[in-house]
Design a protein around this ligand. Structure first.
Ligand SMILES: [Zn+2]
Length: 349
């Protein structure tokens, strides 16, 4: 089969599609022919090396070469011994969380807190290949009307956004939501899910083109280049109160202003630190106003099924920037690193 093999850290010119032996499904595993795979920031780090040279948890150094890609959807090609729920020809989506199913957190339904938490595409070969194997418990059957590209972009970013906004943030209809980094994967997911939840959504974006796209998504855009102290704009738009919930996957460069955008008792949900992991702010700004900071990367099976169900019922439509062949992966990485995208980039093997 053809696969994107990462052989070393480097620039986009190190990305190469190669011929490798077809994988075989082991007991309990399913062989899936990938039809669409979504690009995430960790796929970029898997090629460039992690930001700051430091692998963020739950990353561990792996031996080269490896096949990355945590987000995928496709068709069952073959099933391993003991697989009963799926058969060749079934259309399937992939839940990227690998969990033990036996530890205290798994038994409590919190699979993303598993003591043996791992991720498809990080800890075993992922979706940037024509074929992949995955445990049967990580598959979900796709209805015929659901496009592969939509199913492929939900698992990482939309599950994370749902976990942050709904499960952790307890966002309610009629509340105000600030989405920081609104053009990225988790950001556009938060725009879609915030609208679905009936919140008033403010989208922090970086340029005029993204302002236009944020507006088209139903959000109220705030251009960060025009409002570097964006909390002042948020307070002006919320009668001086601030928002109930803010999603900030960016980190150090935005945290101080995001915290100042929260109303009293407001919640900031966090899942990443692409803009640095050591913010500079006065902790009194958090506790004196009873503000809360909640970690929420990925989600459990309930969170995953919540977003997949919304897709199956046509109640949400993910924002996809572009769909391109896997052979054009260099252009996909260039676009991602230049932050030209608004929504998800999909690669088709
Ligand atoms: Zn577990």
């Amino acid at each position: 089969m053809k696969a994107l093999l990462i052989r070393q850290f480097g620039g986009i010119d190190t990305l190469k599609i190669e011929d490798v032996p077809d994988p075989k499904p082991g007991p309990g595993d399913v062989l899936v022919r990938i039809k669409s795979a979504g690009v995430n920031s960790k796929d970029i780090w898997a090629r460039s090396g992690p930001p700051g040279g430091k692998a963020p948890f739950p990353w561990k150094p792996r031996p080269f070469p490896y096949i990355t890609g945590g987000d995928g959807a496709g068709v069952v090609e073959e099933v391993g011994e003991g697989v009963e729920g799926f058969r060749p020809g079934d259309r399937v989506g992939i839940n990227p969380i690998l969990y033990c199913g036996r530890c205290a957190y798994c038994l409590a339904g919190e699979q993303s807190l598993c003591f043996d938490y791992k991720i498809f595409g990080d800890h075993r070969p992922g979706a940037f290949a024509e074929l992949t194997t995955i445990p049967q418990q990580n598959l979900i059957a796709l209805p015929d009307h659901v496009p592969f590209e939509d199913a492929a972009v939900l698992p990482a970013c939309y599950t994370t956004a749902w976990r942050g906004l709904m499960t952790a943030g307890q966002l309610q209809a009629g509340q105000d939501l600030l989405v920081v980094g609104a053009s990225g994967g988790v950001g556009t997911a938060a725009l879609v899910l915030g609208n679905y939840a009936g919140a008033r959504v403010f989208a922090l974006v970086g340029d005029a083109e993204k302002v236009r796209k944020a507006e088209a998504s139903g959000a109220i855009p705030i251009d960060r280049s025009a409002h570097p102290k964006f909390s002042e704009r948020v307070l002006a738009l919320t009668d001086g109160l601030g928002v109930h919930v803010a999603s900030d996957p960016v980190g150090a460069v935005t945290w101080p202003e995001t915290i100042r955008s929260l109303r009293r008792l407001g919640k900031m949900v966090i899942c990443g630190a692409s803009g640095g992991e050591r913010p500079d702010f006065d902790i009194r700004e958090v506790y004196q106003r009873h503000r809360q900071i909640l970690g929420a990367p990925m989600g459990n099976l309930r969170d995953f099924h919540a977003v997949m169900s919304l897709l199956f019922q046509n109640r949400i439509r993910p924002i996809i920037h572009t769909v391109m062949p896997l052979a054009e992966v260099r252009e996909a990485h260039r676009m991602f690193e230049a932050r030209e995208h608004f929504g998800k980039i999909v690669l088709v093997p």
